[in-house]
Design a protein around this ligand. Structure first.
Ligand code: AMP
Length: 459
């Protein structure tokens, strides 16, 4: 690994890196920073956890001229959560450069305050494509001085249907700018976007060898097909099963496995591409707010999942190819948290295991699973329960209103209230499971923002 000090970075940036304790570059940084600092376009295949944010953050801050009060760098992200994380990371890197103005502009947030904060041009904007496009169209954001455009998690932005918005944004900003594109995959659509918006990009691919990620422990277990579900239930009953992602190769198995786990007392839900958007949102909300502890998904469906640092990932079916396997296990154990990735493999699936072994270049860690003695049905319920309120942003409902109603009239303690997600026409709030009924009764009896909305429990 190479030290950051070998790069021609502003002293202020080197100072921030020192404060952050980043000494050596990660492989993505090592490969992408030199061409980025030369002003080249870069397309990099990089996962969350690879250090990609610091890579493009450093590049855009190096190019920034603080004395010039105009928008110089635009970072597009698929979700508000990611935009917030990226903004935070850039602010930390910019800590030693005085007067840098960075704005986060995301959809789902009220427009008024954003317009107010745009009265003076920021230097950097981090946002979601739809909202950034809207500001450019309105003229509240001026793209004529943009020098660096970053497309972060471009594959997810395309999955979410932002392709047209991105093209439109590129058409509205300075003609000559540097474009840095980051994506977990190099699918054809990504290459197509790169072809449209980049000029002679330097390609960066870092195959982080799985064994080089000490935070992920892998286990392979051979089971007969008839015993797969028993093995799965036994593994999920352990401590790490409190928040676990289970992969199946086929959609029909996703439903069957989730239903069987539910029958066996787990808070399990299925996620696959056949579901309506609203049902998908609901499942993702419940998994993220801990009112569902086991999410059973196909590989494609799991791509929309924001959560990556899960304690446990289980392949109910071994992945068809080593790349898919690597993606799956990358969902656990990042940023210093340990993770466990268990793969179930039937005797007939052994050739797939052999392929993975060959790709890894090391012997697979096989273990045996002693069948647990049969017991009566034990409940392994998630710690939270979700209540859904039939009102949302359209009703001007904000998380604070819900929190207020629960802690005020309903008399709940803030510590028993979990994540609150507000969508256009509905809102979800997680409550400590034991208190969910009480919260439901109180919400039904009382008012939220002075109004009566329908409230019901989920699951
Ligand atoms: P990212 O891939 O951008 O989500 O970053 C993953 C994590 O790695 C973040 O928590 C960063 O703070 C951290 N990180 C990024 N670059 C370095 C580095 N060179 N050395 C140590 N940690 C880093």
């Amino acid at each position: 690994m190479t030290a950051f000090a070998t790069l021609p970075l502003k002293p202020a940036l080197l100072a921030s890196l020192e404060t952050l304790g980043y000494t050596a570059m990660t492989p993505v940084q090592e490969q992408s920073l030199p061409p980025m600092l030369e002003g080249r376009d870069v397309i990099a295949q990089a996962q969350t956890g690879s250090g990609k944010t610091a890579a493009f953050g450093l590049a855009l801050l190096q190019a920034l001229q603080v004395e010039t009060i105009r928008l110089q760098a635009l970072v597009l992200c698929p979700t508000r959560e990611l935009a917030d994380q990226v903004s935070k990371a850039i602010r930390k890197l910019a800590a030693n450069i005085p007067n840098v103005k960075l704005l986060t502009l995301c959809g789902g947030m009220p427009l008024g305050p954003q317009l107010a904060s745009l009265a003076h041009d920021p230097h950097i904007v981090v946002g979601t494509p739809g909202r950034v496009q809207e500001h450019l169209k309105r003229g509240s954001l001026h793209g004529g001085g943009i020098q660096v455009l970053v497309l972060d998690e471009a594959d997810r932005m395309l999955d979410m249907g932002f392709s047209e918005a991105i093209d439109d944004i590129v058409g509205r900003i300075a003609k000559h700018h540097q474009t840095l594109l980051f994506s977990a995959t190099y699918a054809d659509e990504i290459r197509a976007v790169s072809g449209r918006v980049q000029h002679d990009p330097v390609e960066v691919t870092v195959d982080a060898p799985v064994e080089a990620r000490p935070a992920i422990e892998q286990q392979f277990i051979e089971v007969e097909p008839a015993h797969k579900l028993d093995a799965l239930a036994q593994l999920l009953a352990g401590e790490r099963g409190q928040h676990a992602l289970v992969f199946c190769n086929m959609r029909k198995d996703v439903d069957a496995v989730a239903q069987e786990l539910d029958r066996r007392g787990f808070s399990a839900l299925a996620l696959h591409g056949d579901m309506e958007q609203r049902d998908r949102d609901e499942v993702l909300v419940r998994f993220a707010n801990r009112s569902c502890s086991v999410l059973v998904a196909t590989d494609v469906a799991a791509r929309g999942l924001d959560i990556t640092a899960l304690p446990l990932v289980i392949s109910h079916d071994i992945a068809h190819d080593p790349d898919t396997h690597t993606h799956r296990i990358g969902r656990t154990g990042r940023a210093g948290e340990s993770g466990l990735a268990i793969t179930l493999c039937t005797p007939r699936e052994r050739p797939k295991a052999a392929n993975i072994e060959e790709a890894l270049g090391t012997a697979l860690p096989w273990r045996t699973l002693k069948p647990a003695p049969p017991r009566g049905k034990t409940l392994h319920l998630a710690p939270m329960k979700t209540l859904v309120i039939d009102a949302g942003r359209q009703d001007k409902l904000r998380p604070g209103d819900i929190l207020g109603a629960l802690t005020g009239d309903a008399g709940l303690d803030a510590k028993d209230i979990g994540k609150i997600d507000v969508f256009a026409t509905r809102a979800y709030v997680a409550i400590t499971r034991a208190l969910a009924n009480k919260a439901l009764e109180r919400l039904r009896a009382g008012r939220i923002k002075g109004r009566n909305f329908r409230v019901r429990p989920l699951g």
